[in-house]
Design a protein around this ligand. Structure first.
Ligand code: SF4
Length: 145
C-alpha cells in the first residue's frame, strides 16, 4: 500500500525523473512504478511516502502550509472532476490514469499546481503526451497491496 498525500496524485502523472534530490527521484520513480503496476493507494494527510527522502534530510518543505494548501486544492478539484476517485482502496488502473491525464492536460484538476516551481515542466510533460513517464511502464497486477 502506497501512502500518498492528495496533490501527489497529480505529480505522479507527470513524473519523468526530475525532483529535489537523487534519493527523492529514485524513491518517487519506485513509487510511480508500484502504483502503475496496480498497488493500492491510501490517501493521507501530511507527509507521505514520496516525502520520506526529504524528511530524512531534515528538510521541512513537506510540512509547510503551502504544501498542505496544495493538498486541499487537489482534493477539491479531484472531487469536482467526477473521476470517481473515492474507491477504497484506490488503485490507478490504466483507464483512470488516462482520464486523470486528460483532465490534467485540459487544466481542470490543476488548482494545486498554482505557484509550484515544477509547473512549467508538468505542463510540458502533459503537452508531450506524458512521454518519459514510468507510470504505466509495467504490466498491471504485478504487485500486491
Ligand atoms: S505542477 Fe507541481 S503540484 Fe502540479 S503536478 Fe507538477 S509537481 Fe505536482
Amino acid at each position: 500500500m502506497v501512502r500518498l498525500r492528495p496533490h501527489h496524485l497529480l505529480c505522479l502523472l507527470t513524473f519523468v525523473g526530475e525532483g529535489y534530490t537523487p534519493e527523492f527521484v529514485a524513491n518517487f520513480d519506485a513509487i510511480v512504478r508500484r502504483i502503475g503496476a496496480g498497488e493500492a493507494i491510501e490517501l493521507i494527510d501530511g507527509r507521505d511516502d514520496v516525502c520520506a527522502p526529504l524528511d530524512a534530510t531534515g528538510d521541512d518543505h513537506c510540512a509547510s502550509a503551502s504544501v498542505s494548501r496544495r493538498d486541499r486544492a487537489a482534493l477539491l478539484a479531484l472531487a469536482e472532476s467526477g473521476l470517481a476517485l473515492d474507491a477504497r482502496p484506490l488503485r490507478l488502473e490504466r483507464e483512470r490514469v488516462a482520464a486523470l491525464r486528460d483532465a490534467f492536460a485540459a487544466g481542470t484538476i490543476r488548482a494545486a499546481c498554482r505557484g509550484c516551481s515544477w509547473a512549467d515542466l508538468c505542463t510540458s510533460v502533459a503537452a508531450g503526451g506524458y512521454r518519459g513517464s514510468p507510470l504505466g511502464a509495467a504490466p498491471q497486477g504485478t504487485t500486491g497491496v
